[in-house]
Design a protein around this ligand. Structure first.
Ligand code: ZN
Length: 137
């Protein structure tokens, strides 16, 4: 019997490495400008508000709400169960993530649903932040 395939690993760049290494360690972080305090996601080399390149990482609470979502049926990859819930989640910190909602019947996912972060392992020892219904269930 072979192990089930895992999610593909993230592709690291100079900009996103801090996000993915934190996720690997089970932490959700958001990029924050040390110049003006603005938070942004996805990570980028320069603050879009004040153009500072002095950027750091701030731990997020890991809670938010579903802003929007779609149920993906195709194309399939053996690491995923279908339909995949591709979601936009608004974190309490004010940034929006492209992610997956997991552990919930896909047809029960709703806009505005409170969610909290979890981490799913990927190939190569990384992990990806995903979201489940807040409070479990
Ligand atoms: Zn800034």
């Amino acid at each position: 019997m072979t192990a089930p395939p895992r999610r593909p690993p993230p592709v690291l760049t100079d900009d996103n490495e801090g996000f993915w290494t934190a996720a690997r360690d089970g932490r959700l972080v958001v990029q924050r400008c040390r110049g003006c305090g603005a938070r942004h996601h996805p990570p980028r080399p320069m603050c879009p508000e004040c153009h500072s390149v002095d950027l750091g990482w701030e731990e997020a609470a890991g809670t938010g709400v579903v802003y929007s979502y779609a149920l993906l049926h195709h194309p399939t990859h053996p690491a995923f169960e279908y339909p995949v819930v591709a979601a936009l989640v608004d974190l309490d910190e004010g940034v929006r993530l492209v992610t997956n909602v997991v552990g919930v019947d896909p047809h029960e996912v709703a806009i505005g649903m409170p969610v909290e972060v979890a981490f799913e392992p990927t190939a190569d020892g990384f992990a990806v932040p995903v979201f489940g219904r807040r409070g479990g269930g």
